[in-house]
Design a protein around this ligand. Structure first.
Ligand SMILES: Cc1ncc(COP(=O)(O)O)c(C=O)c1O
Length: 303
């Protein structure tokens, strides 16, 4: 597996291990930071890398910078060029996971909104996990709410809650957790969105279920609609519905598509990976790797 050699801070490339942020900066001390995780996949035929849905990730980053009231923001074209530069400089020979972080890096009060710094890193892609499915438990932690620490903003501060949730789930013997909103409706996992098959229909929590507006969720919805002609149903989902589901899976840029085979130690369907999940998972991997000519507009070649 290739290893990261260089990282970029404020447009300057430096050895990977030499990146620095002061511990008294609001970015570190108060979570004054937003970020994106973006994948670049290698087309097996040409060997060339393409970033998947780069524009949508950079649009979400721009939204995050706005909500954070950062006074200096970065244009999409500028960041796209910097991402390309970092990938090239690392000379990867396989898929890449890109992390873009924007934060207040100077030693300053909590509410400081400028100057804003950025970091771009490129990391190797780990092998996809849990092909046989994950076992999730419903967490006793609630999902963050929109008017407190909005999940729609991909801020580093939100991952304090994600971390507590994952650590609790592992301590309880699960692979991961499913979070409910404060109203007890299904939201998402600490790091991914969730889909269910109920009565043969694909269902996912609505955008007002305190979820991140996930790029992969949108991708799955498009792929499903294009494959079947039937739209995915976005709605509120009750906790007990998860025990009735015939199939379930989680999805995200990092997690990609992972089947869920039990919730709270109760099997989902027959406890095996179901056909809808298996089909969508395969389709997702084909599309991101450019094995199909469809959806070319979603792939930005690394030049
Ligand atoms: C809480 C949460 N939900 C959903 C997702 C999936 O988002 P995306 O598909 O845009 O990567 C992530 C990904 O990091 C996440 O952290």
């Amino acid at each position: 597996m290739w290893q990261p050699r260089v990282i970029m801070q404020d447009g300057v490339l430096m050895p990977f291990a030499e990146a620095r942020v002061h511990p008294l900066s609001p970015g570190f001390a108060y979570g004054a930071a937003v970020f994106e995780g973006i994948r670049a996949y290698r087309d097996p035929a040409s060997g060339r890398l393409a970033l998947f849905r780069l524009k949508e990730h950079l649009d979400r980053l721009a939204f995050g910078m706005k909500i954070m009231r950062f006074e200096r923001t970065f244009e999409e074209g500028y960041l796209r060029d910097r991402i390309n530069e970092v990938i090239r400089a690392n000379e990867p020979d396989d898929d890449v996971y890109v992390r873009v972080l924007v934060y207040v890096a100077t030693v300053s009060p909590m509410t400081t909104a400028t100057p804003v710094s950025f970091t771009v890193a490129a990391l190797p892609r780990e092998k996809p996990k849990y092909a046989e499915g994950m076992h999730l438990g419903v967490s006793s932690w609630h999902r963050l709410s929109d008017n407190a620490s909005p999940p729609r903003v991909k801020s580093t501060a939100n991952y304090h809650s994600s971390r507590l949730t994952i650590l609790q789930a592992r301590a309880d013997g699960y692979d991961g957790a499913l979070l409910l909103t404060r109203n007890g409706k299904v939201s998402e996992t600490p790091i991914a969105c969730v889909f269910f098959v109920r009565d043969g229909k694909l269902v996912t929590p609505s955008l007002s279920s305190d979820i991140l507006e996930s790029v992969t969720r949108d991708t799955i919805m498009r792929l499903h609609q294009d494959m079947t002609g039937v739209p995915v149903i976005e709605r509120e989902i009750d906790r007990t519905e998860i025990y009735l589901a015939e199939e379930a899976f989680v999805c995200g840029t990092g997690q990609e598509v992972i089947p869920v085979v039990s919730f709270d130690k109760l099997p989902v369907g027959d406890g095996k990976v179901g056909p809808v999940t298996a089909h969508l998972r395969q389709r997702y991997f084909d599309v991101v790797h450019g094995k199909t000519a469809d959806y070319d507009a979603w792939r930005t070649r690394v030049n």
